[in-house]
Design a binder for this molecule. Sequence first.
Ligand code: ZN
Length: 584
Amino acid sequence: MQFSKDFIQKVLNATDIVELVSEHGVALKQTGINFKGLCPFHSEKTPSFNVNSQRGFFHCFGCKASGDSIKFLMQIDRLSFTETVEELAKRAGIPLEKNSAQTRRQSSEEEGGLRCLREAASFYRENLSGPVGKIAQKYLHQRQVSENMSERFQLGISPDSWDETLKSLKQKNIPQQIIARAGLIKSGEKTGNFYDTFRGRLMFPIKDVRGRCIGFGARAVKPDDKPKYLNSPETSYYHKSRTLYGLFEGLEDIRKKRRLIFVEGYLDVIRLHEHGFTETVAPCGTALTPEHLKIVSRYADTAILLFDGDTAGKNAALRHAHLLLPQSMESYILNLPEGEDPDTFLLIHGKEGFEQLLERKVPALDYLVQQTINKFPDSIQGRMQGLEELLPTLNQIKDPKRQQLTLTTIAERMKIPAEILSRELKRKTNKNLRTEQENVMLHRLPKKTTISQDEQWLLQSLLRNGQLWPRVREHLKPEEFKTPHFHRLYARLLQLPDEAFQAFDPLKLEESDPELFQSVMMLLEEEIPIHDFGLSLKRIKERNLEIEYQQSLLHSQNNEDRAKAGAKRRNEEEKLKSLKQFFQ
Ligand SMILES: [Zn+2]
């Protein structure tokens, strides 16, 4: 959607930028006509983030971020321009422009993709009540999912065939290219023929907050069908790190209750909604991210995270407590009794039992401190080790008041003098900048802007074509990857035995190395353009050569050094020329 200049101006005029910035966790203090605070876009200890309320803009003298309310919201919540204007209009109670002023020129691809998914959702839904749907109906019956919930969440089934979905969508005049980009079909490696991605699976349409279907979660219902869940790929409208299952369905209630319950699976969400806990959501095929929390903090003040009672659940709870602490929402952790998940618990204990269980929720901070203390021996040394684990999280709390309060609480619980804690935190802050690079998380793909596309293509091709491995192994060292994430991933892959690549089956990694598995699956999920593998390899090598050359120039003392560097580069370039043919 495109907005008229007048409309945008009207929305901007109606938005109090000081209020907007404050709502996003930045504590502002008035100094003259300006307001000042700690910049949310870079890490700093003295405030250099200025907000001018009258003129409606912000500026950071530290990182030079600046702009109006729209720019602020786009950057902090990572929304698109359209989403931001809509959000601000909603916030100010201004109805959106209709018809005349509204030139409907949303990118045609996005519109096509969304239409394709909408058609697919109703195709899957229709199939559920037909003969094709029997197996899914049986499954839903077994899991005691009511007709009501099936309707509320628009569940469906994808036919157990190679091309029914494709045919049905083509009949509705949706181009093959768009169906492929929406992730509903894939092309065979050798034949290049397209086939349905989801076959014989229970389909959970995933919706954005506006109720548009932006992807699917697909659960296996046939015995031995693997993996258990398949997910739609990320697209320009489906960002997994920002999407929550059940949020659209529960949004009105969430706004009223100002509370959210987080669970892990689609069926858990449905079970809780069924019992009246309509404020329940779950991430879709990814772990919960700070972005998720930031988004829901617009609708709710309290978050309760539910975890299974087993060891894996407890570990996950602890990891998430770290994630919750820096957020402004009041957050709680709740471990279910050993051996139960939300689904089974509700089936056995019902609504009342669950209400009682909710009473036993523990504030995330208490949970974090208690579990961390338990991990280490009860000695000064043990407590200092525990402290080491807590400091990075404490350091992420941006609001200084909240940070101080949390620090005092931790000091009290851990019986460590607050001054020592404060000193340790300062020491950590200075070190933090360096460790950030080392803490690359394998299970989340880095942001598009920070990665090398060639490196990503190369890895994707490798994972899809096992024959390339032996040669690539010989020619490409992990350190030649400049994206830290890919560097680590490639190094980890190299540790696998040669046989693993002949017919590379990522599912085999699921148990042995879950982190690597997730990371590999994420790469495999994305559609990659048809491209020349050897060319990518060559470009990576050329790029590295250039970096190396520039560096030797930088360190060269005299002409002779520079001549040497040049000669070396020419020599390497010659070698590279043969490389491309070699890989074809
Ligand atoms: Zn800044």
